[in-house]
Design a protein around this ligand. Structure first.
Ligand code: SAM
Ligand code: SF4
Ligand code: SF4
Length: 334
């Protein structure tokens, strides 16, 4: 079965956040001056257990979801995360399990994750310039820490990798051609993400966004690019190939060219709320249902209702003025 929302968008992908904690403090996500020691994150007792997440995944699979992505916060800081991967890989109907990570803990975790059935990895890295990278991650990691994580992922058999790079005008944009060329050499696919106004804490301004067309021109002047066809309808990334056939890069144009029309994603937060948009004000609490003994049918009905009433198209409406109240991205799952 497939569920459709008010605008006829199918429910196809699920992002599962396993924690709202993180070992980095990226300025565009959890700026260090706002998340000092003592900031209160979700209590462990309030996190969905792996059994609860797996039960929900079984229900989502019956509602037509075949792809899940684990995220956070930083998914690798959740103890035993590889066990969850193993449990999800046993769920009938889930054909793809992926993860987005900052890569710092991959030297310890990459092989365990692969052995438990993780299929794809996106690793975030915003610059190869040490000072720029540290400025962006709140001084929590060096470039080599992430490159070591990337090597560990390669050795564990994850290939090609996707490298997620947030683009901020005046912050890292002067280092991005180098980053693209570096990963072209190594056969990985960089995906440049326009800086978004997620949450309310990252000080977003339109002037801080380097629009994708300009970045494509800058890269194209050094290595010619040609657009590639989408893999499937509703693909959020705009794919380009290097004209000499030496690889691929992608652009996520949430600000300059929003893709709400094809948005088929639901997010499940670490405390068990579902969100139908990255810029949502509120979610729907499934943990309350799980912990009050609700049947699978009652939970499925709640998910159906939520999706079928969905009208979100925030990025398409952004130019009418930003929303002042939003759940933070690290909290609902990025
Ligand atoms: N901690 C993991 C990581 O950083 O890869 C997973 C969670 S993170 C919220 C997911 C992705 O969202 C990362 O690639 C991150 O760079 C990106 N991201 C976070 N805040 C963003 C923002 N304001 N604009 C664009 N991308 C953002
Ligand atoms: Fe952590 Fe990822 Fe947010 Fe950076 S983007 S602070 S690594 S959750
Ligand atoms: Fe989907 Fe909301 Fe992003 Fe639009 S703004 S693409 S509806 S998550």
């Amino acid at each position: 079965m497939t569920l459709y929302d008010v605008f006829n968008r199918p429910l196809e992908n699920l992002r599962i956040s396993v924690t709202d904690r993180c070992n980095f403090r990226c300025s565009y996500c959890m700026p260090a001056h706002k998340f000092r020691q003592g900031y209160s994150f979700i209590r462990s007792a309030d996190l969905l257990t792996f059994e609860e997440i797996t039960r929900l995944a079984r229900g989502f699979s019956r509602l037509g979801i075949h792809k899940v992505r684990l995220t956070g916060g930083e998914p690798l800081v959740r103890p035993g995360i590889e066990q969850l991967v193993g449990m999800l890989s046993q769920v009938e109907g889930i054909r793809e399990i992926a993860m987005t990570t900052n890569g710092f803990l991959l030297p310890q975790k990459a092989r365990l994750l692969r052995n438990q059935g993780l299929m794809r990895l996106n690793i975030s890295l915003d610059s190869l310039d040490e000072a720029v990278f540290q400025r962006m991650n709140g001084g929590r990691a060096k470039v080599t820490d992430v490159l070591n994580g990337i090597s560990a992922a390669e050795q564990a058999g994850f290939s090609p990798l996707k490298i997620n790079t947030v683009v901020q005008r005046g912050v890292n944009d002067h280092t991005l051609v180098d980053l693209a060329l570096y990963f072209r050499e190594r056969g990985h696919i960089v995906r440049f993400i326009e800086f978004m106004d997620t949450g309310t804490l990252n000080g977003w301004k339109y002037d801080h966004v380097l629009l994708t067309d300009e970045l494509i021109q800058r890269i194209g002047r050094v290595v010619p690019l040609r657009p590639l066809p989408a893999h499937y309808g509703g693909e959020v990334v705009k794919r380009y190939g290097y004209a000499d056939g030496s690889g691929e890069i992608g652009f996520i144009t949430s600000v300059s060219n929003p893709f709400c029309g094809g948005c088929n994603r639901l997010r499940l937060s670490a405390e068990g709320k579902i969100y139908t948009c990255l810029f949502a004000r509120q979610g729907v609490d499934l943990r309350r249902l799980l912990r009050s003994g609700a049947s699978d049918e009652v939970i499925a009905e709640c998910i159906k209702e939520t999706w079928q009433h969905r009208k979100d198209r925030y990025s398409e409406e952004r130019s009418n003025g930003q929303r002042t109240e939003k759940v933070e991205m690290y909290h609902m799952g990025g």
